[in-house]
Design a protein. Structure first.
Length: 293
């Protein structure tokens, strides 16, 4: 994997992993495990009710910006960088990667129909679509899914036909600590694994904090691709719980023998301010084609 491609992966992984977007100004709360009696099961809720509770806590915004500290490790190389991220809701996700001395290294722009990347170190750029991004991460991606990931909103994976609704896609479950949404029941997954009949099986599990109904973890397992995609959220601070997001997030991607880890911490959050999303390509920059990578 060449240097250009590594930077692209870092940049896009950053976009996919940006969950802890807003820090509320109160003391950190105890963990869910500490707040619940493990011998007492939570009240059962339907998929529809869980979704409604989650939606009530979604952040209402038009624009968003934040500074980020990122640590990246793919088993062969580790790197720490700083970045700025800006979002115009349902329109643009813009990321600027700044490794050191305040000098921009790379820039990423995602819109509804395009993926753009500018590598200032090598004077190269890429303009493509989500098919390229999906192939890179072995995940079916589009703008709306990426934005849902960033804003800590519930999504279905893989993205279903319009006729499929959340309550048809997920099964609801709970124990004494968490609520769960599962695309495939755990017993069925184990049964198929035991019979070695996992062809075409994709299992998604969403783990939800019952105290303030925020998603704490998302697990995606694609058995055909031998792919595991796992995201964990931590550092929940509570004030106005409808606007409270984790201040730290960790993502891990396992594909065949590869293992990529990204850790992010957020600061200086700004909402609903006028933002610029500049993405100009200098004339001397050379275009990167799909086959080049």
């Amino acid at each position: 994997m060449n240097k250009t491609f590594q930077i692209i992966i870092i940049s896009i992984a950053l976009v996919l992993a940006c969950f802890g977007l807003v820090s509320c100004k109160t003391k950190k709360t105890a963990s869910v495990e500490e707040n619940h009696d493990k011998n007492k099961k939570l009240k059962s809720l339907s998929v529809k009710k869980i979704h409604q509770e989650l939606e009530e806590k979604y952040l209402n915004f038009n624009t968003f910006s934040s500074k980020l500290n990122i640590e990246f490790d793919n088993g062969e190389k580790s790197q720490s960088v700083k970045a700025n991220i800006r979002i115009s809701k349902d329109s643009t996700i813009w990321v600027s990667i700044i490794p050191a001395l305040g000098i921009e290294m790379a820039r990423v722009s995602l819109t509804q129909d395009s993926v753009k990347f500018l590598n200032k170190l090598s004077s190269q750029y890429f303009v493509g679509d989500y098919e390229y991004l999906s192939n890179m991460f072995h995940l079916e991606l589009d703008y709306n899914l990426v934005q849902d990931l960033i804003m800590n909103e519930l999504f279905m994976y893989p993205m279903p036909d319009d006729s499929i609704k959340l309550r048809q896609h997920f099964n609801a479950d709970n124990d004494s600590v968490y609520y769960y949404l599962n695309s495939v029941k755990e017993k069925k997954v184990k049964r198929l694994q035991k019979k070695n009949k996992t062809e075409g099986l994709i299992d998604q599990t969403v783990i939800i904090n019952p105290d303030f109904f925020k998603i704490e973890e998302v697990q995606i397992n694609d058995f055909d691709l031998d792919l595991a995609f796992n995201i964990k959220y931590s550092g929940f601070n509570q004030n106005d719980t409808t606007k409270c997001f984790p201040t730290k997030s960790d993502i891990e991607i396992k594909f065949e023998e590869k293992n990529v880890k990204i850790s992010l911490e957020y600061s200086k959050i700004t909402l609903d301010k006028s933002l610029k999303f500049i993405f100009s390509i200098p004339e001397k920059f050379q275009r990167i084609n799909k086959e080049d990578e």
